[in-house]
Design a protein around this ligand. Sequence first.
Ligand code: ADP
Ligand code: GN1
Ligand code: MG
Length: 365
Amino acid sequence: MAKTNEQIRNILAQFQLSEKVIAAEPFGNGHINDTLKVIDEQGKIHYVLQRVNHQIFTNVDMLQRNIEIVTTHIRKKLEARGEADIDRKVLTFLPTRDGKNYYFDGDSYWRVSLFIPRSKSYEEVTPELSFEAGRAFGDFQTMLSDLPEGTLGETIPDFHNMEFRLRQFQEAVTTDPAGRAEEVKPLIEEIDRRAEAMCVQERLYRAGKLRKRVNHCDTKANNILFDADSDKVLCVIDLDTVMPGFVLSDIGDFIRTGANTGAEDDENLDRVGVNMEIFEAYTKGYMEKAKAFLTPTEIQLLPYGGRLLTYMQTVRFLTDYLNGDTYYKIHSPKHNLVRTKAQFKLLQSLEERAEEMDRFMEQWL
Ligand code: ADP
Ligand code: GN1
Ligand code: MG
């Protein structure tokens, strides 16, 4: 439901803001929450206002508690390292007038963070930016690796559990609520054919050979803020899905987004493929920070992570298409199908380069 400027001003008035702001405009292109930049009379941005999608994040209290724990923990680490400019290196969320970390207006949940000035995010990245991004996500995981187990809740239970995602998919195929299963039969077969091979992490975990760690779980290229002048990473953003899970999530989603030569929803499948230079640059940056805590099993699995997260996204988009588009925001009637096809094409390209990627990992084994 769109809000008028007056309604937005009423929402903002609930927060402890120090700047006089007058309006909010759409920001970024997330698929789940609504993100707005909050401006003053001169058009200068001061804050970021977000409406949390509480159909998807059903426990907003837990979500906001997680984010507070994560940002406080990272801030302490940066202080201990003697870093300068810390307010641009970690997100700062503002309290409401009654001291809470979100506001519920009887209909939606809202939160406000400080806009990080002179920053930018990229939809498309170069190898140089990817190397920086790899270091940033590796460092992010490192900084959070000493949070005691059980500190963070699972904001979406089984979020990156492939077996769970396949069960949701099978249910959508069987119940076929939107009557679309016949149309996508060949894609369903392609997914089924790979199902067992894509649940390696869950099996290793049950066998006691893989542990859970705190991951970001949404390492899309556009979830990093770079300094607008130097192109050095400032900070990792979009913290809703930071939670315990399997380590491949944080390499996988960057390969899926950053190393794709096309768009996530490209209609022209000839454009979709894998950029090996970006895979290598991200992996190098990531390994520079993460090799200290990764086990040989995890290191060996990293290229599989790119395939896994691309497969998972194919399954999730197709599940949503079969369910009649109830989860992701769509911008055209067949958007989820277009996304599915583009992700599946990327998966095929990643499969073709799998051996080459495995060989690249040998330098760390
Ligand atoms: P979502 O992807 O869920 O909509 P994000 O938190 O990723 O939400 O924000 C969307 C975009 O807004 C980001 O890609 C980034 O460009 C910009 N952005 C978000 N938070 C900030 C911030 N605190 N400072 C500057 N830019 C931001
Ligand atoms: C969603 O909101 P956004 O665009 O950052 C989704 C991710 C998917 C991504 C696909 C909570 O992220 O898991 O990978 O879309 N977030 C949630 O682009 O489901
Ligand atoms: Mg985002």
